[in-house]
Write a protein that binds this ligand. Structure first.
Ligand SMILES: [Zn+2]
Length: 288
């Protein structure tokens, strides 16, 4: 088995065809590793932009890639055909830091090549997910590459950040430190229909109170003072994509607004809730 760390740089370009912005890939960087995690070969290509002839200032500053560079780049189809040839017929796990690279990859293959699937993407591993699991970091907060390097005791300043190949080499170092073939195996995803469904799923906040994914048992508030269940005094109201209601404690007269947000992911719902105590009854005009 081989592992390939893939890192892409992209530029937000406006498409007249789809009348929307798309993240157009402008650079591919990749490192191929054998099953002992030793580097075999690297791959690096700048892609000739078809949509955005000019890079946004942000991308220019971030990557140091110039407009001249992308004008002289390799066209998308040829660049990825070269990449596929570079992979050869090896049994390869493609790895990236977070899944946004594969999401952009999939969008670009659909847009430029009319491919529903990325042909060389057969097995995938999200290194960020593995890294966070290894260090016991919460999945709700995603760790960036620079922070991950710092946590691993790696000096990221040796790498010119936000260039595809340099980033992939740095990602590789972060993962190599915690590489365990058995552990990592359970993070490898087969790129089947379900994988793409999950990839294209848009995470969103639930704003309809009747949504069946809402766990109503969580829409209850216990008093911070006496820990007794509080009584809801108002109807639920959707405010800033969260649900809010007025709660009152009969035991100790504690009163306040309880807010709960349900965030729908592909296979789970995350909740976030908080309580704001109200001191005097005239502070809550919604109570009536
Ligand atoms: Zn109470």
């Amino acid at each position: 088995m081989y592992y390939v760390v893939l890192d892409l740089e992209w530029n937000s370009s406006y498409s007249l065809k789809s009348k929307s912005f798309i993240n157009e890939i402008i650079e591919i960087g990749a490192v191929m590793i054998d099953s002992d995690f030793e580097v075999i070969e690297t791959f690096s290509t700048i892609i000739k932009a078809q949509l955005g002839k000019r890079l946004t200032n942000r991308v220019k500053a971030l990557t140091n890639i110039s407009n001249e560079d992308i004008r002289g780049g390799v066209p998308f189809s040829k660049a990825f055909a070269d990449f596929e040839r570079w992979l050869g017929d090896r049994d390869v796990v493609i790895m990236s830091w977070g899944d946004s690279d594969v999401r952009v990859l999939s969008d670009n293959f659909l847009y430029f090549n009319n491919d529903e699937r990325v042909p060389f993407l057969k097995k995938y591993l999200d290194m960020q997910k593995y890294f966070q699991h290894y260090y016991g970091l919460p999945s709700s907060k995603q760790i960036g590459l620079i922070s991950a390097a710092a946590l691993s005791g790696i000096d990221a300043s040796e790498y010119s950040s936000h260039r595809a190949l340099e980033d992939s080499l740095l990602e590789l170092r972060c993962i190599k430190k915690i590489f365990n073939e058995e552990k990592i195996a359970s993070f490898i995803q087969v790129c089947d229909e379900n994988f793409y469904k999950k990839l294209k799923f848009k995470v969103h906040n639930i704003t309809n109170l009747r949504d069946p994914h809402i766990d109503r048992s969580l829409m209850q508030c216990n008093c911070q003072n006496c820990n007794k269940p509080m009584q809801r005094l108002s109807e639920w109201k959707c405010v800033n994509q969260a649900f809010r209601a007025l709660f009152y404690c009969r035991e100790c007269s504690n009163m306040g607004l309880f807010t709960i947000k349900f965030r729908q992911h592909f296979d789970r719902v995350d909740t976030h809730s908080f309580f704001v105590k109200l001191e005097a009854p005239d502070e809550f005009p919604e109570s009536g």
